[in-house]
Design a protein around this ligand. Structure first.
Ligand SMILES: NC(=O)c1ccc[n+]([C@@H]2O[C@H](COP(=O)([O-])OP(=O)(O)OC[C@H]3O[C@@H](n4cnc5c(N)ncnc54)[C@H](OP(=O)(O)O)[C@@H]3O)[C@@H](O)[C@H]2O)c1
Length: 129
């Protein structure tokens, strides 16, 4: 039997595919309300519809590119909004690069590092603060 969360809210990055979609589904199943973050707004909205329908929870969508300052700032602002607390943060959004390090474009390596290291650090800092 699944234990139901008592009005807790979880924010999941990269929530529309793969592992992130599964994290979101399992959090919804245990009664968490959700904030879903990814770049593709259409896919976010359709994921939110399914989760709201299947689990009777509320789901916000927050389209953001987490390799960009503006995208990270939007998610930081949401995490810092004391009027709508976020109880659980899942830093899941990520990408793989096609080639070995020395063959990849250095700008792709910089985006990769940002998405996997700097962005999760900034989101953790905002969530804990
Ligand atoms: N799958 C594996 O075997 C594996 C192995 C080791 C580690 N991981 C890590 O586990 C995590 C999930 O992997 P996965 O395979 O489940 O990924 P996935 O299926 O490719 O899904 C990636 C998710 O992240 C979002 N995303 C990608 N770039 C983004 C960006 N710049 N800003 C915001 N959202 C972004 C995507 O949506 P949009 O495209 O709409 O933004 C999507 O929702 C990643 O961090 C990955 O590095 C995976």
């Amino acid at each position: 039997m699944t234990t139901r969360a008592n009005e807790l809210t979880a924010l999941v990055t990269g929530a529309t595919a793969g592992l992130g979609a599964q994290f979101a589904r399992q959090l919804a199943e245990s009664g968490h309300h959700l904030v879903l973050v990814a770049r593709d707004e259409t896919r976010l909205r359709s994921s939110a519809e399914v989760l709201e329908r299947d689990f009777s929870i509320s789901v916000e969508v927050l389209p953001a590119d987490l390799t960009s300052d503006v995208g990270v700032a939007a998610v930081v602002a949401r995490l810092r909004d004391a009027s709508r607390p976020v109880d659980v943060l899942v830093n899941n959004a990520g990408i793989g690069l096609l080639n070995s390090f020395e063959k990849n474009d250095v700008d792709d390596e910089k985006r990769h590092l940002r998405l996997h290291v700097q962005t999760p650090m900034e989101l953790c800092h905002a969530a804990l603060g």
